[in-house]
Write a protein of this length. Sequence first.
Length: 235
Amino acid sequence: MERNNGFTGNAPREPVFNMPGIIVLLIATCTAVFLVQTYVLTDRQYFELLVRGAFIPIRYSGRYALEVYAFTSPVTYAFLHGSFAHLAVNMIWLAAFGTPLANRLGNPSFLLFWIVTGFAAVGLHYVLHPLDQAPLVGASGAISGMMGAAARFGFRASRATGRSSFDGPLLPIVDVFRSRTVVTFLAVWMVMNLATGLIGFAPGVDDRIAWEAHIGGFAAGFFGIGFFVGAGRRF
């Protein structure tokens, strides 16, 4: 989730035919939207798409009439991406972390998890930057939520059923912070987000990751995954 770029780094890849249907659908939708905005829309049409589909905090300042897009953009922003690299990296992370989580929760509950963590991501960003005019786009707020959920499983994934799925009960929060693997991952993830968010990717590159949104999504996934695990297969 950012103004132009998303997560960076490597993640294990899941064979496409082993992915749950909801993961395939989300990747296909994000990819289709990006191809249309890049190769079909004019510059003006792309601008209008951003105005209607991206999350823009100042829209809620009271200075503008609230149109239907004010209520839909906290969901639709996740399907827009600023560049091919942004899209590709986010989709790799979605496949890596979304696959075992979707297999554990089931497709309907996973989709609800995507929406809730996406809302939480832009919610925190809005609280900290209520007058920001820059459009936020990208799936990495919700993907951060998946990482938060993965931490509560201690990153334990099993293929006992022939599909990669997070295994076992959720770790109590105190046990999460006793795990060297989890703590190391969280520390590296936090440093990467703060560094790229506050400093940028490289000299001369103005766009920065909306690290606040990533933290919002991560916190929602970390603390809220219990609601989804308990109800997962009943949706």
